[in-house]
Design a protein around this ligand. Structure first.
Ligand code: HQG
Length: 179
């Protein structure tokens, strides 16, 4: 089974379009593993998918995108569904990073970092991760350095994604610098 392809489809279902799979996410983004498997199996491509495939999909991925617990599964981050997924607020590291395309530099310096299509702004714990995120959009990405400590002290909320991805509400420009 192609776990990368499975992961893409599971991300699509759990982040963006659960209704296409007749799934309903709870407030924290969880759905029953059995419900997800039943929905996936309607597609001939995934007719044989079982829970251990989802577990392997998670363990074989370099990125921690999904989590399974107590018979349920959810995406850690990336949501665009209309109802806001509740994330746990937490104190961020002093500095966080955001990698993106050079062409949006001016706009971000003027407007700050916005969630755009997703529910939260996505930030990286380290420069290497930010570089990988930015490379999705630009071969020579720009890295923003976020003064997360000061932003948080001044009331900007941060939330736990996974151990490398932090989530936040809009980050105003005064907390941003470029490397
Ligand atoms: C940009 C992937 C203009 C922002 C990644 C980004 C990540 C602005 C884009 C996760 C802006 C949104 C999320 C402004 C923000 N003006 N552009 N004011 N504010 N932007 O995909 O952070 O592989 O929603 O710079 O690795 O790129 O899917 O966010 O380029 O962890 O698991 O608006 O998705 O993970 O793009 O990526 P995205 P992102 P997965």
């Amino acid at each position: 089974m192609n776990y990368q392809e499975l992961s893409k489809e599971v991300s699509y279902a759990l982040r963006h379009a659960p209704w296409e799979y007749e799934l309903e996410l709870d407030d924290d983004g969880w759905v029953g593993v059995d419900q997800l498997l039943t929905a996936l199996r309607l597609n001939p491509k995934w007719s044989k998918v079982i829970v251990s495939d989802l577990e392997l999909m998670i363990s074989e991925s370099k990125k921690k995108r999904h989590e399974i617990a107590d018979g349920r599964i959810r995406a850690f981050y990336g949501h665009s569904v209309p109802d806001k997924i509740l994330k746990n607020e937490a104190t961020p590291p002093a500095i966080l990073y955001h990698g993106t395309a050079r062409k949006v530099k001016i706009s971000i310096l003027q407007e700050g970092l916005k969630p755009k299509q997703r529910q939260y702004v996505h930030l990286s714990q380290d420069i290497e991760t930010a570089m990988l995120v930015g490379k999705r959009r630009d071969s020579d990405p720009i890295i923003f350095v976020i003064d997360a400590k000061l932003a948080n002290e001044n009331g900007v909320k941060f939330y736990l994604g996974n151990e490398k991805v932090w989530l936040a509400d809009v980050i105003p420009p005064q907390y941003l610098n470029t490397i």
